[in-house]
Design a protein around this ligand. Structure first.
Ligand SMILES: Nc1ncnc2c1ncn2[C@@H]1O[C@H](COP(=O)(O)OP(=O)(O)OP(=O)(O)O)[C@@H](O)[C@H]1O
Length: 235
């Protein structure tokens, strides 16, 4: 089957404007493809550029070179050169992202934070809340916390709210930046099962997982980011 997203000749060099314009090449000539129903994992040593690749695929970082053709609304669009409005539309319809940390919205309760992406897409508020409750219960977030804003939650509680919010939509591509980093073994197992369900539903996932057990449980392929280093001798 043809890939849903391809990375071709992708490069990233950071320019340190406050340091006299020093250039820091991090990635050169990265290439791989994501397929529906599979989970690919970015591997390689700390600092190799795993997060930077994920951020370029979500449009948070601009690519310094290369292309990222993605299947979006039935057409192929190059994410690397797409205008900001198109990037936002791709995020809405095609590419979801679970970051490591929850961006807390003041005064909005956990259940509403999780339900919000569905309400934004036009779903009835009660139905969206029901689905959000299902996910929070599955992730063992105590019900007494559901109406509270997550600002004071523990790291693992915030991470579970974030996971629920990222998994509640049906994006065909889902990027995962260490979604299990702050979780205990029981909740890691829940997330592993949720990833397996996404695969069965036909999503293409790309993630960073430092936990070896989680990685082994979810990965169909491991992409060695160290092999994309600009100077392989330094890698
Ligand atoms: N915004 C930025 N500005 C300057 N340098 C950056 C920026 N983001 C990342 N880098 C640099 O790029 C390199 C790769 O960082 P990145 O976070 O992508 O690595 P990683 O493989 O995800 O690392 P880790 O496994 O430790 O999280 C690092 O040397 C980092 O300092």
């Amino acid at each position: 089957m043809s890939p849903v997203l391809t990375v071709s000749g992708l490069a990233k060099t950071f320019t340190m404007h406050l340091r006299g314009g020093i250039e820091l090449p991090v990635i050169a000539n990265a290439g791989f493809a994501l397929h529906a129903g599979t989970c690919a994992v970015l591997g390689g040593r700390s600092g190799a550029g795993k997060s930077s690749i994920l951020k370029m695929l979500y449009g948070n970082y601009a690519a310094s070179g290369g292309s990222i053709p993605v299947r979006h609304r039935g057409a192929e669009i190059d994410l690397a050169s797409a205008d900001p409005r198109t990037v936002l539309d791709i995020r809405r319809e095609t590419i979801g992202y679970v970051s490591q940390f929850l961006r807390v919205v003041p005064r909005v309760g956990a259940l509403d934070i999780v339900a919000e992406p569905l309400v934004e897409r036009g779903m009835d508020r009660d139905e969206a809340a029901r689905r959000a409750a299902d996910l929070l219960a599955r992730l063992n977030l105590p019900e007494r916390l559901w109406s509270l804003p997550p600002a004071t939650f523990s790291g693992g509680e915030q991470q579970r709210v974030n996971i629920a919010r990222g998994f509640i939509t049906e994006h065909p591509i889902l990027l995962l930046d260490e979604p299990t980093a702050s979780l205990d073994a029981a909740n890691r197992a829940v997330v592993v099962e949720m990833i397996a369900e996404k695969k069965r539903a036909g999503a293409a996932l790309l993630g960073i997982f430092h936990d070896t057990d989680v990685r082994n449980a979810v990965a169909d392929i491991v992409i060695d980011v160290t092999s994309f280093a600009p100077d392989k001798k330094a890698a």
